[in-house]
Design a binder for this molecule. Sequence first.
Ligand SMILES: Cc1cc2nc3c(=O)[nH]c(=O)nc-3n(C[C@H](O)[C@H](O)[C@H](O)COP(=O)(O)OP(=O)(O)OC[C@H]3O[C@@H](n4cnc5c(N)ncnc54)[C@H](O)[C@@H]3O)c2cc1C
Length: 460
Amino acid sequence: MEYFSRRTSSGKNLRPSDLYEYSIDNFWFKAANLENETINEPLRGNHKADIVIIGGGYMGLSSAFHIHQSFPDKKITLLEGACCGYGASGRNGGFCVTSDLLSDSTNLDDESTQKMVDVSFYGLKQIKRLVNEYGVDCDLMENGMLSLAMTEQEARWLEDTAQQMKAFGLESTLLQGASLEAEIRSPRFVAGLLLPHNATLNPAKLARGMKRVVEERGVEIREKSIVTRIVPGKVHRVETERGRIDAPVIVLAMNAYSPKLGLFRNRIFPLCSYIIATQPLSREQWESIGLNQRRGFGDLRAQFNYAAPSADGRIVIGGSDYPYYKNDGLSSGFNASVRDLLIKDLLTTFPQLEGIEIDHSWGGTMSGTRDLTPSVGVIGEHKNVYYGVGFFEGVPTTQTAGRIIADLMAGERNAFTEHAIVNRKIPYAGPQWVRNVAIPVFKTLLTRFGVGRQFIRDRA
Ligand SMILES: Cc1cc2nc3c(=O)[nH]c(=O)nc-3n(C[C@H](O)[C@H](O)[C@H](O)COP(=O)(O)OP(=O)(O)OC[C@H]3O[C@@H](n4cnc5c(N)ncnc54)[C@H](O)[C@@H]3O)c2cc1C
C-alpha cells in the first residue's frame, strides 16, 4: 500500500520519550485541568471491533463523532497513545480560521462557490454545535481575527485577501490609521484586515470535551495505548504494547506522528511550533494595547506570529520560528531559543508590556506536506483504511475531515466527499537526507530573501 512503508510498524522506537513531547508546561492543559482528568485504562488482551480509530486528537475524535452518528450500531474503539488532546490538538494556538478549505473560485458558479464555503465553514459550525448542544466548554470566542501588515507590500496582500473574501460572499474590513488604532495599539503594523468569521478557543478544553462527548455516545476510548504495529488486510490487526484489536475498518488519525509508525513516510513530515503565555494582563495593560474586542491576531511574515487573548486575560502568542528537526524529529515540547524570540516579538509588538512575566512556554508538532495541504481519504486493497493527515493548520479543518471520513464510509457523494482534499495524492517529499538539507536551506531563503513567501502566505 502506497502510504505504508515496508518498514511499517516494527514496534521499535515507539516509547513515549521518542514519540512524544515530554516537556508539558502547557497553559491550555492547565486551564483544562488535565492533571485531574481521568485518563482511561489502556487496551489489554485481545479484542474485536467494527472500526478502530488510531489517534485521539481532533481528527480521531471528530471521526469517532461523525462515524457514530452515521453508524450508531457499530462498535468503535479509539486508541490513543498518551491521552486525548496530548498532541497538537491540545497544544495549538486555538485559532479557528474558517477559510482554510477555500481555494480558487474563479471558474466556479455561485452554487459551487457556496458549497465550498459551506464545507470550509463546517468546522467552526461543528465546534459551535459541540459547545451549544453537547456542553463542551472550550472558551470559544467568536470575536473575529485581525490579519496585520507590517509593510506596504503586506498591506496590498490584505487588500487582495479582502477581494478574495468578497468573491466568496464573505465580509472583511480593511483597517488603517484610526480604525487600526481602535483595534490594536502597536507601533508595528501599518494596516489590518478584520475577518469577523474567525474565532479562538482553548484547544485542550475542546479535545477533552470531545472525548467526553464521543464516550457518552458509546465510543470506547483507550488511552495510554500506543499502537506499535498495524497489519493491514481484509481484517486489520492492530497491536498495542499490551493488547491487540482486530477490525475490518481502521482510521489513521496520527497526523505528524504517523511516520513513526511507518505511515505516510516521505510524504508528511513534522514541523514544530512554540507558544508562550503571559501572566494575566492588568486592566491598564489591556487598555494600553487596545484589543478591546479581545480578537486574536496574526501577522503576515514568512514565519508569522499568531496571538490571542485567553479567557483569563493572558496573551498567548506563538510562531516566530517553525523548526524542522533532523530526521523528522518531533518536538520535545520546549525550545528555549524560540521562546526567547517570542518574548522579543511580543515586546516589539507591544513595548507597553515591558516587564511582563511569562508564565508558560510549550510547543508541539504538526504535520507538513510539500504543498502544506492536507489529505483525507480511503486507501488499501480492500478500501478499508481511512485517513486524515497533513494538517499544518487543523483546528476547524479536522472537524470537517471527520465528517468527510464518515460520509466516505457511508458511500455518500456530496460537497464534502468531493472536496479537493479528498483522496488527494500527497506529493513525495524526497528521501530523508534531502529533507535534512532542503528544509533548513528553504527556511533561510524564505526568511532572508522572501523566497517562497507567496506560497506560504497562500496557505497559512
Ligand atoms: C504549537 C502549535 C500551534 C498550532 N496552532 C494552530 C492554530 O492556531 N490553528 C489551527 O488551525 N491549527 C494549529 N495548529 C495545528 C493543529 O493543532 C493540528 O493541525 C491539529 O491539532 C491536528 O489534529 P490531529 O488530530 O490530526 O493530530 P494530533 O492532535 O497531533 O493527534 C494525533 C494523536 O495521535 C496520537 N498518536 C500518535 N502516535 C500514536 C500511536 N502510535 N498510537 C496511538 N496514538 C498515537 C497522539 O498521541 C496524538 O494525540 C498548531 C499546532 C501546533 C503544534
